[in-house]
Design a protein around this ligand. Structure first.
Ligand SMILES: Nc1nc2c(ncn2[C@@H]2O[C@H](COP(=O)(O)OP(=O)(O)O)[C@@H](O)[C@H]2O)c(=O)[nH]1
Ligand SMILES: [Mg+2]
Length: 180
């Protein structure tokens, strides 16, 4: 049995808390509190971290850590990324500048992303088709990064599992590459 620590990050409201709620087998640990930031239209916001865990079909265990979304908490990102084996970045395509948001996270996690696998999950694509997944790929390519980019709805358990599986597939590919 293997154990994976995965970090889930992304903008406020992208669905980090929802994603962890959907897949966690144990009651998720949450630190959402009433939102005092009037520039963000949301009742609750994550100040600390969310945590949940699940067992995959093959018995491997995944521990999921959700980061606070706001970039002003990036000192916490650096702590939470320790020992993580991969990063899921959730994007909200209804925001004013989703590609700018993407850059915030690729810069915030730049050091980790040099070695760790990552997958980008883009939400609310149905109502907000632009930027397209290709636009995201192009933005990533500018910084020399190549990661899978998936359109997802984190309210769907299947979609959250797909993000985790996509990340773990990269991990396994990396490990095979190392032993060959
Ligand atoms: N309509 C719609 N709502 C979504 C979608 N993805 C997430 N949401 C909603 O957006 C909110 C995300 O909140 P939350 O999980 O607290 O976001 P966090 O700040 O990243 O933790 C929840 O109410 C979700 O139900 C989507 O693709 N479409
Ligand atoms: Mg949250």
């Amino acid at each position: 049995m293997k154990e994976y620590k995965i970090l889930l990050t992304g903008t406020v409201g992208a669905g980090k808390t929802t994603a962890i709620e959907r897949v966690s087998e144990t009651p998720p640990v949450m630190t959402d509190v009433p939102n005092s930031d009037t520039s963000i239209d949301k009742e609750c916001t994550t100040v600390g971290l969310d945590f949940g865990q699940l067992t995959l079909d093959n018995g491997d265990r995944v521990r999921l850590f959700g980061t606070p979304g706001q970039a002003r908490f990036d000192f916490l990102w650096k702590i939470l990324i320790r020992n993580a084996l991969g990063v899921i970045v959730l994007m909200d395509n209804s925001r004013p500048d989703p590609l700018g948001d993407l850059s915030t996270y690729t810069q915030g996690f730049a050091e980790a992303l040099r070695t760790l696998p990552c997958v980008i999950g883009v939400g609310r694509l149905d109502a907000h088709p632009v930027p397209t997944l290709d636009d995201y790929a192009e933005r990533l390519a500018v910084t020399g990064l190549v990661f899978p980019i998936l359109g997802v709805d984190v309210r769907s358990r299947t979609d959250v599992i797909l993000l985790i599986d996509t990340l773990l597939m990269q991990l396994e590919a990396d490990m095979r590459g190392e032993t060959e």
